[in-house]
Design a protein around this ligand. Sequence first.
Ligand SMILES: [Zn+2]
Length: 348
Amino acid sequence: MSLLRHTKLAVLSASRALGLDHIVLNSSWRQQRLLIVCWHNISIDDEHIWDPALCVSPDTFRSRLDLLRSMHCNVLPFGQALTRLREGTLPPRAVALTIDDGDSSVYLRAWPMLREFGFAATLYWTTYYSTHPYAVFDPMVSYLLWKGRGRFLQLREPLVRRSLKSSTDRAHAFRAIYDFARMNAWSAERKEAFLADLSQTLEIDYPEIKTKRILHLISPAEAHAMVAEGLDLQLHTHRHRVPRDVALFSKELADNARVIREVGANNPSHFCYPSGSFLPEFAGWLRNDGVVSATTCQPGFVRRESDDYFLPRLLDKDGMSLVEFAGWISGVAAKMFRQQPIDDHSFR
Ligand SMILES: [Zn+2]
C-alpha cells in the first residue's frame, strides 16, 4: 500500500473514531450532494478474486448495504434523486444505487439482497448477450486464462505459446485472442465455440461455469421478474459500445430501449456510458434521443450545478475498505481529499 493511501485510510479511520464523519454526513454541505454508487458483478463463485475492480464478493456487497442502513442513508430511486437534487429538496444523506451491465449475478445475488434491505436500484442493462445463451466474450476469455494460470497455453489460431503464470503473460494472451477475434470478425457463435475449446485446452469445466452462469447476462424473463418487483431498467447500449457516429449511436440506444420495453419496463430515459467512455458531443446526441441524464465512472458527488450528461459516481471495488466506503458515504473522503472535478471533462 502506498504511503498516501495508508495516510488517507488512517485519517478516515480517525475521523470515524472522532465522530467527524457523522458531522459531515449530516451537514448542509452533504445535503446538497447526491452520491451515486456503482457496482458491476457480485461474485457467483470466485470472480472477485479474478477481478476485484469489476466484481465484489457477496460479503462485501452485504457490508455496503449494512453500512448504508446503519448510517441512516436515504436510498432514493435514481430518477427521483436527480429531480429532487435539481429542485433543492434532496433529503439528508442521499444515495442512489446503480448496477452496470446486467450480469447474471444481479438476479442471483444483488437484487435479492437489495430487496431484503428495501433499497431501490437502477440497472443500466446492456442487452445483446441477454438475448443469446453465450458468455460475455471478453471477460470470459480473461477469466478462463486466470483459471488456467498454472498452465502453459498453446493455441494454433490465434498462435499463442506462453505460460499463463503472471498477469502480464495472461494480458498478452488475452490481447492476441482479442485482436484475432476482432480481425476475423468472429460471430457470437464462433466466440462461444472458442471459449469451449479454450476451456478444454486448459482443462477447465466450462459446462459447470455455464451452469453457474458466471459472466453470462440475465435473461429477458429474469429482467421481467425483477422489473415486476421494482427494479428500474435504464440504457447502457445494446452491444456495450459507443459508436462515434451519431446514427449508429442512436441505433444502439434504440435497440437497447426496445429490449428494455419488451420486458415490461417503462420507456428508459437515463443512460450510462459503457466502460465510462464519453465525448463532449454525446450530450447533444443523447438529448436528441430523449435521454435526460448520463452517468460516468468518474468519482465524485453530484451537485445541483453538475452537468446532467456527465454525472460522477463512486465505483465500489472489492479491494475498497469499509472505512473508505464509509468515508465516501459521509462525504469525509471527498471533503478531505480533493477529487478530480467532473466539470473539467477529462475524456478518456
Ligand atoms: Zn458496462
